[in-house]
Design a binder for this molecule. Structure first.
Ligand code: PEP
Ligand code: MG
Length: 582
């Protein structure tokens, strides 16, 4: 067969080369027949027991989640359990059997098709993507009804899977779990975007993947040779020997580079002219501290505490109690062995919904999220503050507050921190009375009114992900506007550089903890703006450190000043590229 190339959405880095392992296509094509009146209740029972079995299966998968499983996976499995419990899935198909006498498979598929059609009408891209979850849940029930294995042919496969590339229409979170145990080389899926669970899990496993490939699973055949270029979102099927060789070399080079980078673990991050830079890690759970230390982080710059709250409500779980939270924060601070841990208070809403905080807002990104939500739920917020404060008795902790924009929000938050301290004093519980409190600068209004912040706060951390979203008015999870998401837009550069310089003038530390901090193409630009603290996913730390070690501020600073006076996008891009040429 001739070689061909497919283009999709790049969601994780690196090159994977291997044989295609096709997952069975959607099993929604089923037998249709009518049930005799006296058989109806038996058929209802058959479907009911398949639903029960899947419920149990999900519960087992959830309970047996390995401790190092990506945090999001539990949340995704919860979503499936919730869908399965919804009367639209758990009851409607039974009614269809009773009223129309359809066989169980037909009744289930009829209802799934109906729901899928309704989801197609939804405008919100994130919710629209949940249609896939409904179909995956449906398929799970169907597989029980028809007696087929969850992953055909894979359970018995003894051969090494390390060089297999999973090609599927879509991959359910539960199936994803099996892949992580089997060390697959990469993933290709027809569906999905930057934010789909395949993408998120692939990134957290650091495996090359390309999603949103439309009909890849129909075009690629079992055992075809496949190359995934994860950085470009390109998949090459049946490459010629010359292309295969070229990619093998590229892959070997990337592996060598990674190995070389690991030697920098203990090297202090200092520029050529002797300026010290602080390299911090972003974590989602206390367990991530190991990866942070492994990558040589000198502290945690962003602990996204909302991950402790997500994915817990599916099986009757509540929000984590003060004591449970305290344990997690303590675990993180102890794991970091005296290095500072910056814990961000709950930042839920929009792209990170809590089951219990179901999104009813018309525009969730602009709704009651993050600190707004916390100030509206003072008891919950106080419990989190007390838990963080109590953990500060075990090592250095900083408190970081997301999404602040108004002076009164800062004042109310500081008052609540004092209230939490008073409660702890009364209960004779220990804490660090001088715990530093900082603000995320991620709303343009905050970046434009910094005097309000530097007067009240001990440090600032720029959340470029949201700052870009709100400045450029583009939803960060909507792939239809993904092309407008530009960190080099002059408006973003202006807000970044003024925040960094005003912070420096006021003598308070400023870090960047959004994705920009981990992008090696932007490291020198940020250094040139005066940034001295970078916080990023541990996997990016060493590459950014290498960039820092090769930078000379005396060259970069004047060039960055010039970039700040440039408005033409092409000229900015060119000048930012040139910063890397010394
Ligand atoms: C940001 O907005 O840049 C950020 C770091 O926070 P999150 O991505 O969790 O919103
Ligand atoms: Mg944010």
């Amino acid at each position: 067969m001739a070689s061909f190339t497919l283009h999709g959405i790049p969601v994780s880095r690196g090159i994977a080369i291997g044989r295609a392992h096709l997952l069975a296509p959607a099993a929604l094509d089923v037998k249709h027949y009518l049930i005799a009146e006296e058989q109806v209740e038996a058929e209802v029972q058959r479907l009911q027991s398949a639903i029960d079995t899947v419920h149990k299966e999900l519960q087992i998968i959830w309970k047996e989640l390995p401790p190092d499983a990506p945090a999001e996976l539990g949340a995704f499995i919860d979503v499936h359990a919730l869908i399965l419990s919804d009367p639209m899935i758990s009851e409607m198909p039974l009614d269809i059997i009773r009223s129309r006498h359809y066989n169980a498979e037909w009744a289930l598929v009829t209802q799934i098709d109906e729901l899928s059609a309704q989801f197609d009408e939804i405008e919100d891209a994130y919710l629209r993507e949940r249609k896939n979850d409904i179909q995956q849940v449906g398929e799970r029930v169907l597989k029980i009804l028809t007696g087929s294995a969850a992953l055909p042919g894979m359970k018995s496969a003894e051969e090494s899977t390390a060089h297999m590339i999973v090609v599927a229409h879509d991959i359910s979170p539960a199936d994803m779990l099996q892949f992580r145990d089997r060390a697959f080389a990469g993933f290709v899926t027809d569906l999905g975007g930057q934010n789909s669970h395949t993408a998120i899990v692939a990134r957290s496993l650091d495996i090359p993947a390309a999603v949103g490939m439309y009909n890849a699973s129909a075009l690629i055949a079992q055992d075809d040779w496949v190359i995934i270029d994860g950085d470009a979102g390109v998949v090459i099927v049946d490459p010629t020997p010359a292309v295969l060789e070229q990619y093998r070399e590229l892959q070997a080079r990337l592996v060598r580079e990674r190995k070389k980078l690991s030697r920098l673990r203990k090297t202090p991050a200092v520029t050529r002219d002797g300026t010290e830079i602080t390299m911090l890690a972003n974590i989602e759970l206390p367990e991530d501290c190991a990866a942070a230390l492994d990558a040589g982080a000198v502290g945690v710059g962003l602990f996204r505490s909302e991950f402790l709250f997500m994915g817990r409500t599916g099986f009757g779980h509540r929000l984590p109690s003060e004591d449970e939270q305290f344990e997690s924060y303590r675990q993180a601070v102890v794991a970091m062995k005296g290095r500072p841990v910056t814990i961000r208070t709950l930042d839920i809403g929009a792209d990170k919904p809590l089951d219990t905080a179901e999104e009813t807002a018309l525009n969730p990104a602009l709704g009651l999220r993050a600190i707004r939500y916390c100030l509206a739920e003072p008891q919950m917020f106080l419990a989190q503050l007390r838990a963080i404060l109590r953990a500060s008795a075990f090592g250095p902790i900083k408190l970081l507050i997301p999404m602040l924009a108004h002076a009164f929000e800062i004042d109310q938050t500081l008052l609540m921190i004092e209230q939490a301290k008073a409660q702890l004093r009364e209960a004779h519980k220990k804490f660090d009375p001088l715990i530093p409190v900082g603000a995320m600068i991620e709303i343009p209004a905050a970046a434009l009114t910094l005097p309000l912040f530097v007067k009240r706060m001990d440090f600032l951390s720029i959340g470029t992900n949201d700052l870009i979203q709100y400045t450029l008015a583009i939803d960060r999870v909507d792939h239809e506007v993904a092309h407008l998401y530009n960190p080099l837009h002059p408006a973003i550069l202006y807000l970044l550089s003024t925040t960094i310089s005003i912070g420096a003038k006021a003598g308070i530390p400023v870090s960047v903890c959004g994705e920009m901090a981990g992008d090696t193409k932007l490291t020198r630009l940020l250094l040139g703006m005066g940034l001295r603290e970078f916080s990023m996913h541990p996997a990016q730390l060493l590459a950014v450190k290498q960039e820092i070690l090769n930078s000379d501020l005396s060259v970069i600073v004047p060039r960055t000043k010039k970039i700040m006076r440039t408005f033409e996008p092409a000229a900015i891009m060119e000048a930012v590229d040139q910063l890397r040429v010394v």
